[in-house]
Design a protein around this ligand. Structure first.
Ligand code: UD1
Ligand code: UDP
Length: 373
């Protein structure tokens, strides 16, 4: 069986590399890795850490790329790879435009698609944007659904997907955490934070860029200024629109440090040492419950309600007053803090990649049995 994996951004790489490693354990499977290069600098360190050497790099990234650029470049460039390799199945992950365009290309060429992290939903196609659409569209195209939880399986069933095509595997991000988190971690940031309470923040969502993101940043700056024992570190996403806003509003503040994006080992370990996390990220919402770190999610919707149910995540929205009051509450009310700081992992046991590969092998066996019949 020839399995191709296509991914292009930081979070997809973190969650797909464990599957690549598992596939490579199976000598009977030929594994082809195609990165779209939707992210360039932010992808490289992950591939190095997981020792994954892509067979193809579509190298599509452009500064300030828009959704047309990404969709168009991936569609055009992946065509040749699919033609040349003729994979038996293609794995795409999650909700990025790389994943959507790769799935669409497979559909055009009638190549079966398996969707890793399938079935997450907000049912609001503009939040997150364009990710909710991408996810739903990929699930229209896919033959196999790797749902991380029973809840995501339920979403797929309620949309009429076939039960025997849905497999609850857990999320491969837990597989990744098993290899990255190290009890013996040291870093300059931790030295800088000293005995202060360290807030780790990230923000990058397309729909927040502009006024919304400015308000989020102002809220954090104003709340952090109140507490002398609080320091904030923000590994700023490389999107120039995000960088500029971060520098304008959060730069030149003693207890706030803006740094370059961290590699995944550093980031996961910093999460593990942080007092709390502020984010609009998707993946961080899955990692934090496993590490028992309270997260204020600066979004109006989440496709990851499991972490909210577990008590680790709280949706504070994106308005300045809401973000600020949410943060102040968590910094002052130790009962609220302690309730959120419970490690409860709704995302599986760290063996998701093994289950995914087992399902693929079984699928292949059935395909061949049907052909013989
Ligand atoms: C993309 C995904 C989003 C995912 C996020 C993870 C889409 C539409 N968006 O959003 O779902 O949550 O990745 O981070 O698929 N840049 C660099 N170097 C890099 C990466 C980005 O310079 O390594 C800059 C470029 O100027 C690029 C811009 O950031 O044009 C935006 O990158 P893009 O992938 O389009 O959007 P993200 O916000 O990263
Ligand atoms: N991450 C990282 N370095 C950073 C910030 C985040 O390795 O400086 C990791 C984080 O642990 C998570 C993933 O990147 O696994 C989340 O990526 P991002 O927030 O860019 O995308 P999303 O999950 O929102 O799609």
């Amino acid at each position: 069986m020839k399995v191709a994996l296509v991914f292009g951004t930081r979070p997809e790489a973190i969650k797909m590399c464990p599957i690549v490693k598992e596939l490579k354990q199976h000598k009977e499977i030929e594994t082809v890795v195609c990165v779209t290069g939707q992210h360039r600098e932010m992808l490289r360190p992950i591939l190095e850490i997981f020792q994954v050497n892509p067979d193809y790099n579509l190298d599509i990234m452009k500064e300030k790329q828009d959704l047309f650029d990404i969709t168009d470049s991936v569609l055009q460039r992946i065509k040749e790879v699919l033609k040349k390799e003729s994979p038996d199945i293609v794995l795409v992950h999650g909700d990025t435009t790389s994943a959507f365009a790769a799935a669409l290309a497979c559909f055009y060429m009638k190549v079966p698609v398996a969707h890793v992290e399938a079935g997450l939903r907000t049912y609001n196609k503009y939040s997150p944007y364009p990710e909710e659409f991408n996810r739903q569209a990929i699930d229209v195209i896919s033959e196999i659904f790797f749902a991380p939880t029973d809840l995501s399986k339920g979403n797929l069933l309620s949309e009429g997907k076939r039960k025997d095509c849905i497999h609850v595997t857990g999320n491969t991000v837990i597989d990744a955490l098993k290899t990255t988190v190290d009890g013996d971690f040291h870093s300059e940031i931790l030295d800088w934070a000293g005995n202060s309470r360290l807030i780790l923040m990230t923000a990058h969502r397309r729909e927040n860029i502009g006024k919304t993101m400015q308000e989020m940043f102002e809220a954090i700056r104003e709340a952090a200024e109140i507490y002398e024992d609080v320091k904030v570190v923000y590994p700023v996403h490389m999107n120039p629109a995000v960088k500029n806003a971060a520098e304008d509003i959060l730069g030149n503040t003693d207890r706030i440090k803006l740094i370059e994006p961290l590699d995944v080992v550093e980031f996961h370990n910093l999460m593990n040492h942080a007092y709390l996390i502020m984010t609009d990220s998707g993946g961080i919402q899955e990692e934090a419950p496993a590490l028992g770190k309270p997260v204020l999610v600066m979004r109006d919707t989440t496709e990851r309600p499991e972490g909210v149910a577990a008590g680790t995540l709280k949706l504070v929205g994106t308005k300045k007053e809401d973000v600020k009051s949410g943060l102040i509450e968590l910094l002052t009310d130790t009962c609220v803090y302690q309730k959120m700081a419970q490690a409860k992992n709704p995302y599986g046991d760290g063996h998701a990649s093994e289950r995914i590969v087992q399902v693929l092998c079984e699928w292949w066996r059935k395909q061949n049995a049907e052909e013989i019949c």
